[in-house]
Design a protein around this ligand. Structure first.
Ligand SMILES: N[C@@H](CCC(=O)N[C@@H](CS)C(=O)NCC(=O)O)C(=O)O
Length: 225
């Protein structure tokens, strides 16, 4: 993170980490809505999220944070809902109240039930103060992924038709959150064969230009081959 990152003249800045799933959600939403931004990498593995200059942006010490003009925003889903309200096209929460509640419920399976239990600081706490072995921590990780994805596969099934997304014929917030979660699951060698619908939707999403542009390997702080 550089001092340049808090320069006031810059219109939209995303504080991100290439591999981290929460900023990945925001990158997808920005790309789907065609919104440009400057990327500032925060190296979580080197503890940059705990530096005073970053804590001044997000006292939680978590990415993402988004500077949008004068507004500074944190929490990926709050950021995406803000983008949805300010830049409604294309909609990530389409339809009526019931549709939106169902889409949010799908997104929250990953964002509230899987991801918080598997975050870097949680894993570090299990490995450090609680002295769990690497194998036990991997088991912990995969347990919460399989429990969450199994539920999500069931939630998606009644709404899914071949060639579609989690909820209908266009990507929604549910897909925006699913794709980074599936990426995490692959990183930790989780077995994805029990989730054929989620696997198909994930592949379909990743083939779209907006999702591809947001992919970890395409980010400026990703390791170069
Ligand atoms: N609920 C938050 C979660 C943010 C979060 O956990 N970010 C992770 C990366 S995906 C992070 O910054 N972890 C740093 C750490 O745990 O120290 C959101 O959706 O923005």
């Amino acid at each position: 993170m550089s001092d340049r990152s808090i320069a006031p003249h810059i219109r939209r800045i995303l504080y991100s980490r290439f591999i981290a799933s929460s900023p990945y959600r925001v990158r997808i939403a920005l790309a789907l809505k065609g919104l440009e931004f400057e990327y500032v990498g925060v190296n979580l593995q080197q503890g940059e999220q705990y530096r005073p200059e970053f804590l001044a942006l997000n006292p939680q010490g978590l990415v993402p944070a988004l500077q949008d003009g004068d507004a500074l925003l944190t929490q990926s889903l709050a950021i995406i809902e803000y983008l949805e309200e300010r830049y409604p096209t294309p909609p990530l929460l389409p339809g009526g109240a019931l549709d939106r509640a169902r889409i949010r419920a799908m997104a929250l399976v990953c964002a509230c039930e899987i991801h918080p239990l598997n975050n870097l600081s949680v894993l570090n706490y299990l490995k450090g103060p609680l002295q769990l072995s690497a194998a036990a921590v991997d088991e912990w990780y995969r347990h919460w992924v399989s429990r969450g994805l199994a539920a999500l596969e069931s939630l998606v099934r009644p709404h899914y038709r071949d060639g579609q997304f989690c909820y209908g014929a266009q990507p929604t917030l549910a897909d925006v959150v699913l794709v980074p979660q599936m990426n995490n699951a692959r990183r930790f060698q989780c077995d994805l064969t029990p989730y054929p619908l989620l696997t198909a939707i994930d592949a379909r999403c990743r083939a779209l230009p907006a999702f591809a542009a947001a992919a970890p390997e395409r980010q400026p702080d990703a390791p170069r081959a």
